[in-house]
Design a protein around this ligand. Structure first.
Ligand code: DAT
Ligand code: MG
Length: 139
């Protein structure tokens, strides 16, 4: 089934020059880029995007991190792309993300206060629709 998902290259990935590498992996897998835009998040946008995490202990550091520089917002399309991109990204914690995944290959965790894990990917069809509406209203 053709789906769309919302992907973010987080500020650590953009700063380290990994935007192209993430886009390359998305395209190499056979997904289509529908929208790509370098954006600066706001606290309001992040409160919507991370609504499920508001109030958790890591929420404030997460928002601070996500505001620390531009993010590359991407909508990608393809067969089962929502689950497929989560597999490309690897598990949330880069320390245990396997080699071959974006987080496993590229993310570094040492001496960092929160998990700097390079990318975000929607985790369900409902999240994807909601998050695409937040980042790209009208597409
Ligand atoms: P994912 O990004 O894999 O969907 P998530 O939605 O559970 O993970 O969490 C959103 C982000 O918040 C995650 O990418 C990194 C951060 N985060 C999650 N759990 C954390 C924790 N226990 N400590 C610090 N940061 C955490
Ligand atoms: Mg998530």
């Amino acid at each position: 089934m053709t789906e769309r998902t919302l992907i973010l290259v987080k500020p650590d990935g953009v700063k380290r020059g990994l935007s192209g590498e993430v886009l390359r992996r998305i395209e190499a897998k056979g997904y289509t880029l529908v929208a790509v835009e370098l954006r600066k998040a706001t606290p309001e946008l992040l409160a919507e995007h991370y609504a499920e995490h508001v109030g958790k202990p890591f929420y404030d550091p997460l928002v601070e991190f996500m505001l620390s520089g531009p993010v590359l917002a991407v909508v990608a399309e393809g067969q089962r792309v929502i689950e497929g991109f989560r597999v490309l990204a690897g598990p949330t914690d880069p320390t245990t993300a396997p080699p071959g995944s974006i987080r496993g290959d590229l993310a570094r965790t040492w001496d960092l206060p929160v998990i700097h894990n390079i990318v975000h990917g929607s985790d369900s069809p409902e999240s994807a629709e909601r998050e695409i509406g937040i980042w790209f209203p009208g597409i």
